[in-house]
Design a protein around this ligand. Structure first.
Ligand SMILES: *Cc1c(COP(=O)(O)O)cnc(C)c1O
Length: 548
């Protein structure tokens, strides 16, 4: 039986055979590769990478990870050189030149029309409503009767306008337009409250979803996107795609960024963009250059402007680059949400300011053969805190440091616990110290010194100087070898690792009866000492040298 995809595809495409080396990725990785006319030697030393080899064509590991993240089967995923390539592939595979058409709802993302023009496909336009919302009924009415219409490209959340279309509306549209492919571009969905259409794939054979790592995952430079669709549609696209769409580097970078270890940080970054979006939108409402801001579920704002020439001049003077567009009302801007200090500069060009506290965030990504760690610290926020090192007691200790330190700490470690806990504890403290050092910046205004002496039956004293010079001294001993899986001998080692990475003097002394209490006192006291030392109390660098 002919599948929907086969009925829709250009006949010439169906006759092609997808590119394949004839081996799966594992067979190539573990085999003697005399199949692809590669050069056995490479230029460049260790660490240069195996660039003499072709990358996997559709990397199985990456596809497996994406299918996990997007909640679809591996046979529903095609990896492409950005979602942009996927758009082009769809048009080339399904639209016969000088005959078939695509439908779009302008104003919308430009690549749909570009791909159609390249393919000599017609473009049917059914614009958004006057307030830039998508009217499903009107769209269906406008395009349903069109002859030789093959694909409707709908972006949700929408670009450049920023609004979203509900999942129910989109599903109903797919049903009503069952004769054509409905491609839903979810490039910005991670920034919105919308749920992906991915779980509808099994029911809707004409549904295609476009995803990208460029926006929410911060990988625009890696050029990685994906098509999610029925295995039949994926099979047609396989025939069309270039043999090696992604480079070895891009595959490697994407795999690292998508590692479960980084999930907390990816989510944090998305949250920060959304918070900034709301802050910037609120402040911009007070600018006389702003006529209207459309509600946004993305990482940008669509702003209809007043007095565009002056605004343009002011933005140019501050070297702030934005996307100028013609809206129905006049000149509009698509303003990407940047880092808080960048957004402040943009707000200043708009002649408004927004109350924003100081930002002190720090990160560390540390990858060795023994551990893979990601850490994010926000010294200006007491939450969230989420720690997962695989060592329960140690998680609890780091939670104490964050709680008593009064800062947000996200830390995930995938360590070689099958060996023992040593590398995990040591490397987590190194990564924690490096992230904290990153968050401190030049240390302007901070107290620098901290001391704490919490008491129980146990007593710990932790003295900290965030001097920029590592030094560590630990006095105290423990009698129980283990607390859970946590070896007590690691405590002094943990503080030493921290002092090295944080470049701080840390003096610890502890005594008492119960080793659990003693260890916990050390970490709590560390939190308290860090709270004092990192507190902002002036506007000067706390050293007579002028640097830390
Ligand atoms: C940015 C963007 C894309 C392109 O993503 P790449 O993966 O970088 O090619 C696709 N669709 C929309 C609506 C976009 O804004």
């Amino acid at each position: 039986m002919t599948s929907f995809a086969e009925k829709m595809a250009r006949p010439e495409i169906l006759e092609l055979t997808p590119y394949s080396s004839g081996y799966d990725d594992a067979a190539l990785e573990n085999g003697i590769r005399l199949n692809a006319n590669e050069n056995p030697w490479r230029v460049g030393g260790d660490g240069f990478g195996d660039f003499n080899r072709y990358p996997p064509s559709q990397p199985e590991k990456l596809i497996a990870r994406l299918s996990e993240i997007y909640g679809v089967g591996a046979n529903n995923v095609l990896v492409s050189r950005g979602a942009d390539e996927a758009i082009d592939l769809l048009v080339r595979a399904f639209c016969r030149p000088n005959q078939d058409a695509i439908a779009i709802a302008p104003p919308t993302f430009g690549s749909y029309a570009t791909a159609a023009r390249l393919q000599c496909a017609r473009i049917i336009e059914a614009p958004l409503t006057s307030d830039y919302t998508f009217d499903t009924k009107a769209f269906v009415v406008a395009v349903k009767a069109e002859k030789d219409l093959k694909i409707a490209f709908i972006c949700s959340p929408m670009s450049p306008t920023g609004g979203a279309i509900s999942k129910d509306e989109l599903a109903s549209m797919c049903e009503q337009l069952s004769e054509i492919i409905v491609a839903i571009d979810e490039a910005y969905i991670e920034f919105s409250a919308l749920e992906s259409m991915a779980d509808k794939l099994s029911k809707l054979e004409n549904l295609v979803i476009l995803r990208t790592l460029s926006k929410a995952y911060g990988l625009a430079g890696a050029r990685c996107g994906a098509v999610l669709a029925s295995p039949d549609i994926i099979a047609v696209l396989q025939k069309t795609i270039a043999p090696y769409p992604m480079t070895t580097t891009s595959i490697d970078i994407a795999m690292r960024a998508l590692s479960p270890v980084n999930k907390l940080i990816v989510d944090r970054n998305i949250r920060k963009v959304v918070e900034e979006r709301e802050r910037v939108a609120k402040a911009l409402n007070g600018s006389h250059f702003v006529a209207r801001i459309l509600p946004s579920e993305t990482n940008f704002l669509f702003i209809e402007t007043n007095d565009a020439p002056l605004l343009k001049k002011r933005l140019d003077e501050s070297a702030i680059r934005v996307r100028w567009l013609k809206s129905r009302q006049g000149d509009a801007i698509r303003l990407t949400i940047g880092a808080p200090d960048e957004n402040d500069l943009a707000l200043a060009a708009f002649g408004v300011a927004s109350e924003r506290g100081r930002s002190r965030i720090g990160e560390c990504f540390r990858e060795t053969k023994e551990t893979n760690i990601s850490v994010a610290i926000d010294l200006e926020s007491a939450d969230p805190t989420a720690i997962n090192t695989g060592i329960g007691y140690f998680d609890h200790m780091l939670e104490q440091v964050a709680r008593h330190g009064g800062f947000s700490l996200l830390l995930t470690c995938d360590g070689d616990l099958e060996v023992d806990t040593h590398h995990t504890i040591e490397d987590c403290m190194l990564a924690f110290g490096a992230a904290l050092r990153d968050a401190l910046g030049d240390g302007r205004g901070m107290a620098r010194f901290g001391a704490a002496l919490p008491m129980d039956e146990a007593r710990a004293e932790v003295l900290v100087d965030l001097s920029g010079r590592p030094f560590s001294k630990f006095s105290g001993d423990f009698h129980a070898p283990l607390l859970g899986e946590y070896p007590t001998e690691m405590t002094s080692h943990a503080f030493r690792s921290l002092s090295e990475a944080l470049r701080a003097s840390i003096h610890v002394s502890v005594d008492g009866g119960n080793d659990h209490h003693k260890t916990e006192s050390c970490f709590k006291a560390l939190g308290r000492a860090l709270r004092q030392a990192t507190r902002i109390e002036s506007n000067i660098i706390p050293s007579t040298k002028g640097v830390l």
